[in-house]
Each structure stands twice: as C-alpha cells, then as structure tokens.
Design a protein around this ligand. Structure first.
Ligand code: ASP
Length: 352
C-alpha cells in the first residue's frame, strides 16, 4: 500500500513538473464576429453620481437609448454604417442634453460655434465642418462635404454657403440657445473676472470645475463589414478666437478604417489633436498588431494621460468588439451588439 502511494505521488509530481515546463503556446481567443454593431458617447468629464439627480440620469439614459436604437434599427435592416452614424448623432444633436447643435456650449462672445466630422472606413473618405453657426445638424453637413465636394474640411461662412447650396437645413442661431449652457458661460465669465484666475485658466474652466460635457459621437459596423465614425460638438465653453477642437479633425476626433477600427473622441480637444488619438489607436492595431482594447488602453490611459489630457473614446473593431476607454470621472456611453443587447454607462464601472 505504502509503495503504491509512493508511485502515485511520484507520477503526480512528474506530471505537474512536465506541465510547468511545457512550452507555453498562447492561443489568442478568436473574437466573436458581430454581424453588425453600434457604439455611442455623449461626452466625457467630471460626471459624478453624487451630482446627478435621478431624473437627469433617467433623461440621459433614455436619450442615449433612443439614439443608439435609431442606428441599431438601420443596421439591422441592412442600412449602411454612414447612415446609422448620421441618424444616431442627429438624435443627440437635436437634444438639449448634449453639447452638440441644440444644447451646444457658448463661446466667450455668447455664440454657438459647431464642429463635426464623419469618416467612411471602407474608402477612407472623410468630411468635416468647423465653426458653423446656422447649421441645424452639423454632422449632415460634414457628410455632404465628404460626398458632394472635393474637400475634406470647410469652415465658417464658406461652410454655410456650401450648406445653403446643397439644401442642408439652416436655422436662426437662436435655435441653439439653452439656458443652462448660457448660465455656464456666465459663471465662467464671472470667474474670469476674479483676480485669482488667469484668463488661460478660465478658458479651460469646464474641465477644472464640476461642469459636465456632452460632445456626441458614434461608430457603427454594418452587415457589409463597413465601419463609419462621426463626432459632433459645440466645442469648449467660453472658447474664443474661433478656436477649433479635435472633433472636426480627422485622426484626432474621428477616424475609421475597415481594416482596423472606428473611433470617436471626446475631451480636452487640444490634447486629442496633439496626440492624434483616433488615428493612433488605428495605427497601433495596424502596425503593432494590438487588439482594440490594448490600443485604446495604451492611448487613453498612458499616452493621453501622460500628456495631461482628459477625456475618452468609443470604438469598434472590425469584429464589432467595443471599447469605451476614458480617464475622466465618467463618460455617457452605450453599445449594442447584433443581438440587440444594450450596455449603457455614465460613471466609472464601480459607480454604475
Ligand atoms: N473635444 C471637444 C473639443 O475640444 C470637447 C468635448 O469633447 O467635450 O472641442
């Protein structure tokens, strides 16, 4: 009996030893291919549960759900990703909850200057507009620039002349007025007057104080494997000198490439421009063969954070896998897979 036990013990040890020394073959799990998928954000920033009323939280969740379902239905019915991105963004542009079109933040001079961009991952075509003040849905104008002009980016008055020529809906600038964004500007202007605050600090005030943001963005993968991405914003509160952020800059605020991924950014735009955030994610996948989650974690949590930038991205790879990466307190966000399963978030994971 004793010798039988010894033999058993020895063979167990031998087996365990072999396992330990066996060559480690890391088999990457094959990602599950989604037939189609969609992901959105409604801005990132200091979004804390303790500062949010139940009714506001419900309002954001309901609008995010309405927006993503709009795009989901288009994709489910075989529509293309560019259309899904536009229509989804339109829902958020038309809502006063977000800093985009209706509900856009105010410039230092009390105006609303809107930026947007869209990109087609199948062709690498792109369109963008910056500093428009009368275009009801800037993402639609960005699409028009992409499809019906020989340019990629138009700005200001010229972009509006182009919009008129193409029959894009124009509105009186007063359409974009919302009281709470106007009040936020007044608070920033008041603070600016305080001796203790330099003008430069006041400009970036929303990112320092407990203000919430609301640039909107969407990435969609359609049944033909085409990825599109788009972003639409009012920029940063109290901006001046016709400041333009990352949202209309292809490679910073928006990027799409069928071979890699689609990305829409939100956050402190200057850093997203300097870091070429959206393109960097795609490039890391293309050249360093990183997965989407590895690339987004590296770009947002390491590179952007090191630069001093704050914000986040939503992205889809060509399998329809999502990434919602941010280094702020929160980011309004939602994802739907081809089964119609919805993932919705506002705060950091443990606060949801
Ligand atoms: N990225 C936008 C900008 O800098 C603002 C934001 O996303 O909150 O214009």
């Amino acid at each position: 009996m004793k010798s039988l036990l010894t033999v058993l013990l020895l063979s167990f040890l031998c087996f365990a030893c072999k396992q330990e020394n066996a060559p480690q073959t890391t088999v990457k799990p094959t990602p599950q291919q989604q037939e189609f998928a969609i992901i959105i954000h409604g801005g990132a920033g200091t979004i804390l549960k303790k500062n949010m009323t139940d009714s506001m939280e419900q309002a954001y969740k309901a609008k995010l759900t309405e927006a993503i379902k709009t795009g989901y239905e288009i994709l489910k019915n075989g529509g293309n990703s560019l259309e899904a991105v536009q229509r989804t963004i339109n829902v958020m542009e038309d809502s006063p909850l977000f800093n985009s079109a209706k509900g856009a933040v105010f410039t230092h001079d009390g105006k609303n200057e809107l930026d947007a961009s869209i990109m087609d991952g199948a062709t690498l075509n792109a369109g963008a507009v910056a500093g428009v003040t009368t275009v009801r849905n800037p993402i639609n104008l960005a699409y028009e620039v992409m499809t019906n002009s020989e340019h990629v980016m138009l700005s200001g008055k010229g972009a509006e002349t182009f919009a008129k020529e193409k029959g894009i809906e124009l509105v009186d600038p007063s359409y974009f007025f919302t009281q709470n964004r106007y009040d936020a500007l007044q608070r920033a202007l008041d603070r600016e007057k305080q001796d203790s605050l330099s003008k430069a600090t006041a400009f970036y005030d929303p990112y320092i104080k407990d203000e919430k943001f609301g640039t909107v963005g969407c990435v969609a993968l359609d049944k033909n494997g085409n990825i599109a991405a788009g972003t639409s914003t009012g920029g940063m509160s109290n901006k001046r000198y016709n400041r333009i952020g990352d949202s209309p800059i292809i490679g910073s605020g928006t990027y799409a490439n069928n071979a890699t991924c689609g990305v829409s950014s939100t956050g402190w735009g200057e850093y997203f421009i300097r870091g070429q955030v959206a393109y960097d994610i795609s490039a890391q996948m293309e050249y360093a063969e990183k997965s989407l989650s590895e690339a987004t974690a590296n770009v947002i949590q390491e590179k952007l954070t090191k630069l001093g930038g704050t914000g986040g991205i939503v992205a889809l790879d060509h399998y329809g896998n999502p990434s919602m990466e941010f280094n702020t307190e929160g980011m309004y966000r939602a994802y739907m897979n081809d089964q119609g399963e919805l993932t919705l978030g506002i705060y950091k994971e443990n606060e949801n």
